[in-house]
Design a protein around this ligand. Structure first.
Ligand code: PGA
Length: 244
């Protein structure tokens, strides 16, 4: 199916967060009972803040949908600063009924079983309705690192050097992370709606590659061009190298 990509360029991080929250809330209001996949990472934090504000003001009920985690660092759990599960609980899921949320447990003894169970959760809810994603400096989405193959479901991935070096910003210290667990880009592409967020000039080059150059698994975010309705929300910095 041909991609009808919508690109929204906002003036600031606050404006980006408001635009993303409005779009996510609109999806949730129109699609109760569906499954939502929110990325952790720094970029969506403002969006979560806006969503909680919208909920307080009665403009969205976040407890009408289900949630699935996008990815996790293998070896990290909810008590670890910078783990996806901790970031997501601190910023959003502590305000949503517990039974609505299923995230990867990076401390599970059997990581393959964890992958299967998350995929079963996705299937049980009819696939992913909305995916709200960020983009890594190497073009990753979730932990779909450059070169991640076209495989359905969830799997472990060896982390890219760029991801390992960026990881310090989440942990506040060096941590020897080597492996990630993620929903694969093929399954993300099956989402009913996809929103991709990027903020800051240090994302400008990879954003250009992802949305203006050819689709290639070497830039996993570029595979989203294959989605039939992709919305890309950027701030001016992240959009600064685009031709259009
Ligand atoms: P960031 O991470 O939002 O912290 O920049 C994005 C990502 O790596 O997916």
């Amino acid at each position: 199916m041909a991609c009808v990509m919508k690109i929204e360029i906002t003036d600031s991080y606050e404006a980006l967060s408001k635009a993303a929250a409005k779009k996510a809330a609109n999806y949730i209001n129109n699609n109760p009972g569906t499954l939502v996949c929110f990325a952790a990472g720094d970029t969506p934090l403002g969006t979560f803040k806006e969503l909680l504000l919208m909920q307080k003001e009665g403009n969205v009920d976040l407890s009408t949908v289900w949630y699935v985690g996008l990815d996790e660092w293998v070896g990290l759990g909810i008590d670890d600063k910078g783990s996806c599960i901790k970031v997501m609980h601190d910023s959003l899921y502590n305000y949503i009924p517990k039974e609505r949320v299923r995230m990867f447990n990076g401390l599970a003894d059997d990581i393959q079983k964890e992958c299967s169970e998350i995929y079963e959760w996705i299937i049980k809810h009819g696939g992913i309705g909305l995916s709200l994603l960020g983009i890594g400096r190497n073009g990753h989405i979730g932990f779909n690192e450059p070169g991640t193959p076209d495989v359905e479901g969830c799997f472990t991935v060896e982390l890219d050097e760029v991801t390992k070096s960026v990881s310090k910003k989440y942990f506040g210290k060096e941590r020897a992370v080597t492996t990630g667990i993620t929903i694969g880009w093929r399954t993300l592409l099956d989402s009913q709606e996809v929103i991709l967020l990027a903020c800051g000039i240090n994302k400008a080059q990879i954003v250009k590659k992802a949305i203006e150059e050819d689709c290639t698994p070497d830039v996993p975010a570029s595979m989203l061009q294959k989605h039939s309705t992709l919305t890309v929300i950027l701030d001016k910095g992240a959009a600064s190298l685009l031709d259009q």
